[in-house]
Design a protein around this ligand. Structure first.
Ligand SMILES: Cc1ncc(COP(=O)(O)O)c(C=O)c1O
Length: 429
């Protein structure tokens, strides 16, 4: 694509008028990073109602894996919409559900996998919490500081990313405890990452000893690459130790791959980078290129809900499943490898940028799940706004990072354009 094209001061007159209407009827509790109104989007390009064109490095929060409106995904949706919109999969069999389940079971790092479909990542996480308690007969769940697992009450209790996400909603789900993630750049236990022995996990031993006896813990839920908390890639030993100790104590290990899955990290699932075989996996976001769909996957031995014991009216919607099958086709035909290649190129460019600007503390990530951690967290908003004004869409993550999560179709040339814009923004700080 050519560079972004900004032809009006932002927001332009049409966007402004729409924002004013929005302010009158839509809940305004979520303050947006910048005033973008999306009129249409195609591939890597988002167009606003005034004709401004932006390069999308946010992808609807890491959702539009195959780019906006990929023709094969749109065709699959059209075809399915003309045949069958919906039959509740808990009560009836449909071909899109079974075909997608077959495909996911084949690629998931779980033996003899069974799939349960939901509408959103949070519901997949709720399903995982219920299943873990059911299978183990134990009440407690352990999650990580910085973790994000969704906004429903159970998922929200596991989430420990920002206090505002739980303030005022208590009491939360009982029997949930949090411990440290390997957030090495801002190590929570003040160790030197190059020499540490994942001492962040020692806190877990304390939890077991003092408040959460291991035989009462149903599961540990972990993001193999931490997403909303800051795009932290843990040392392999971190996940290895978690896998070993969960097996040792008969707990289930839940890999929340809602953000890191479906090719985002340059492998189909981030777990693959670490040879991690979780007991339960949750997927959403990129799974259906923007259609609402999520999944919880577990082995047939563990998928033990009683009939009527769990379900969802819309989970496994036929049109969403058709979009997901087309998405999987594209991922398997080369998009995952492409994400790995372009991601490596982009990370190299981000490292160069970090070396040139003291204001950037670290460039990190895997595949196309990349971030720049800024020394002064106050600069995150300035960078997001500066990039927006120059036609680049970015989002923040954690307290101090700017994330780059473009559609997986992004080219090296587009990655270079994004870095050039970031360079200009950093110079202007
Ligand atoms: C790792 C992870 N889990 C769960 C969720 C919740 O997904 P949803 O917003 O679809 O409920 C998110 C959303 O950002 C996520 O990143």
């Amino acid at each position: 694509m050519a560079a972004p094209s900004i032809i009006t001061p932002l927001p332009g007159p049409r966007a402004k008028a729409l924002i004013e209407r929005d302010h009158r009827v839509v809940s305004q509790h979520y303050v947006k990073d910048y005033p973008l109104v999306v009129e249409e989007a195609m591939g890597m390009v988002v167009t606003d109602p005034d004709g401004n064109q932006f390069l999308d490095f946010a992808a609807g929060i890491a959702v539009c894996a195959t780019g906006h409106c990929h023709p094969r995904v749109v065709d699959a949706i059209r075809l399915q919409a003309g045949k069958l919109l919906h039959m509740c999969p808990t009560d009836f069999y449909t071909t899109p559900v079974l075909e997608l389940a077959e495909r996911l079971a084949r690629v998931a790092p779980i033996d003899d996998a069974r799939v349960f479909f939901t509408n959103s990542g949070a519901e997949a996480v709720e399903s995982a919490i219920k299943l873990a308690r059911l299978v183990t007969g134990r009440p407690k769940i352990i999650a990580f500081f910085g973790g994000f697992h969704g906004r429903t009450m159970g998922a929200c209790t596991l989430t420990a990313s920002k206090a505002v996400q739980r303030r005022g909603y208590g009491p939360m789900l009982p029997e949930v405890h949090h411990t440290y993630y390997a957030q090495c750049y801002r190590c929570p236990v003040n160790r030197e990452p190059s020499t540490c022995n994942v001492e962040c996990l020692d806190h877990l031993d304390q939890l077991f000893h003092a408040v959460a006896p291991p035989d009462e813990v149903a599961a540990i839920i972990v993001e193999p690459v931490q997403g909303e908390g800051g795009y932290y890639v843990p040392k392999p030993e971190f996940l290895e130790r978690l896998r070993t100790l969960t097996r040792e104590h008969g707990m289930l290990l839940i890999a929340d791959e809602v953000q890191s899955g479906m090719g985002r990290t340059g492998r189909m699932f981030a777990s693959e980078h670490f040879d991690l075989e979780p007991d339960i996996m949750t997927l959403a976001k990129g799974i259906a290129s923007g259609m609402p769909l999520a999944a919880m996957i577990a082995s047939s031995a563990n998928m033990r809900f009683a009939s009527g014991g769990h379900g969802s009216t819309y989970g496994g919607n036929a049109v969403s499943c058709a979009a997901a099958i087309a998405t999987l086709d594209l991922l398997e035909e080369g998009l995952v490898d492409h994400a790995s290649r372009v991601g490596a190129h982009l990370l190299t460019r981000l490292h160069e940028l970090a070396a040139r600007y003291d204001a950037i503390g670290e460039a990190r990530g895997l595949g196309l799940m990349l971030a720049l951690d800024l020394v002064d967290p106050g600069n995150v908003d300035v960078v997001l706004q500066g990039a927006f004004e120059r036609g680049l869409l970015l989002l923040g993550c954690g307290d101090s990072a700017v994330r780059l999560a473009p559609p997986l179709i992004v080219t090296e040339q587009e990655a270079d354009i994004a870095v050039d814009i970031l360079d200009e923004v950093m110079r202007s700080l």
